[in-house]
Design a protein around this ligand. Structure first.
Ligand SMILES: Cc1ncc(C[n+]2csc(CCOP(=O)(O)OP(=O)(O)O)c2C)c(N)n1
Length: 393
């Protein structure tokens, strides 16, 4: 089977070649100027986040193999797309991830052990979304795009868009995959965001595969063209080029925060690992394809650039190595100590303020767990008569 693996003639924003040299072509000037805002220090930070993301990924994959996690979805190969886009965010921006954005969480400061609570099934979420402005991992494909569009409409109405104040103006990023673009939720989110000119960036990581389904079976046109169909400015960037990803996302976020509406970014990348630890990619893709994308490794690409610009010294690398080791050790030890949470946590955080129906359900469930089931299901709480308006769940 032959699958599209090189993108053909589709225009692709690239600022850093697979050989690790900066692109200087005239057409890329506005984006090069945005990427020029990244100081050497910042580029080192980005490199650090990418390396730590991969180390986390390897450790989590091993933990799953040892039976310590129920499942894990590796981000290997997608570090530039995730870390580059997250570095374009401001603290007040809000992120809605899928289940694979470990690099985004790394940049937003979500604790590595907390990232695994969900995958160990010790918690329904794992962190407080409002602490990092990062919503919880979402497995229902594409539903987070609707959450993001709704949240973006909310901040528009709260007056947090287009004020001209850098500390106030905010935007939202929805992360999802190529397969998700075939879901109704993503398409509906694009409709709402487009007609309301909402401050949301649709960030699609086209990693070529939706489990075993290639992108060629999702769309007859390049994925970013789907955004155009909704009247949303759209582009494809080289998702393994952290400079291009950063520049494109920075531009999109600026437009969104200033009231210019949504953008659709297709980050053209490759999932180097399995879809999840339950998947065997050798069943549906070739070694040649994997090797070809291995030569486009996003971390190696940035490393070559930084070395050629004299930005990676021994002291920095030794320190990074030690940090990666410490992260791995912590994840190994502390993840094992996470115990399954109580099933009643499903009643926590449903609403911001207490709600009578949730409280009644919780009481019923707790009685049930204690071996004292009340007469009927959530007695008195579920009948239409008890809640004639809006009592349906
Ligand atoms: C609504 C829904 N349908 C099906 C699934 C099963 N499922 C889990 S991952 C996946 C593929 C998603 O592919 P893509 O959107 O390309 O994202 P990727 O996993 O490659 O990052 C599917 C179909 C699901 N989780 N939710």
């Amino acid at each position: 089977m032959k699958h599209e693996i090189d993108g053909g003639d589709v225009p692709l924003l690239q600022l850093l070649t697979p050989e690790g040299t900066r692109v200087t072509s005239r057409g890329t000037k506005p984006y090069r100027e945005l990427a020029a805002g990244l100081t050497t220090e910042r580029l080192r930070e980005i490199y650090r986040d990418m390396v730590l993301t991969r180390r986390f990924d390897d450790e989590a994959t091993s933990l799953q193999r040892q039976g310590e996690l129920a499942l894990y979805a590796p981000a290997r190969g997608q570090e530039a797309a995730q870390v580059g886009s997250a570095h374009a965010l401001r603290p007040q921006d809000y992120v809605f991830p899928s289940y694979r954005e470990h690099g985004v969480l790394q940049v937003r400061g979500v604790d590595p052990v907390d990232r695994l609570r969900f995958y160990r099934a010790s918690d329904h979420g794992g962190w407080d979304p409002n602490e990092h402005n990062v919503h919880l991992y979402t497995v229902v494909i594409g539903s987070q795009a609707l959450h993001a569009a709704g949240y973006a409409m909310g901040i528009q109405r709260d007056g947090a868009v287009g004020t001209g104040d850098d500390d106030v103006d905010a935007a939202v990023v929805a992360y999802f995959g190529d397969g998700a673009t075939s879901q109704g939720d993503v398409n509906e989110a694009l409709v709402f965001a487009s007609v309301n000119e909402s401050p949301v960036v649709f960030f699609c990581q086209n990693n070529q595969w939706a489990i075993s389904v290639p992108t060629s079976k999702q769309s007859k046109v390049p994925i970013y063209k789907r955004g155009e169909g909704f009247g949303v400015p759209s582009l494809r960037v080289d998702g393994n080029d952290v400079l291009a990803v950063y520049a494109a996302t920075t531009e999109a976020l600026q437009r969104a925060r200033s009231g210019g509406g949504p953008t659709f970014i297709e980050a053209y990348t490759y999932r180097m690992g399995a879809h999840t630890t339950s998947d065997d990619p050798t069943r549906y893709r070739t070694t040649e394809q994997e090797e070809m994308w291995g030569r486009r490794d996003p971390i190696a690409r940035l490393e070559t650039l930084l070395r050629s610009e004299g930005a990676l010294d021994d002291e920095f690398l030794t320190e990074l190595d030690a940090d990666a080791e410490a992260l791995a050790e912590r994840v190994r030890t502390e993840t094992r100590e996470l115990h399954p949470g109580s099933a009643t946590t499903i009643f926590d955080d449903v609403y911001g303020t207490p709600h009578s129906i949730v409280a009644e359900d919780r009481a019923w469930f707790e009685a049930f767990e204690a071996g004292e089931p009340p007469a009927g299901p959530a007695a008195g709480a579920t009948t239409p008569a008890a809640h004639p308006q809006g009592g349906t769940r």
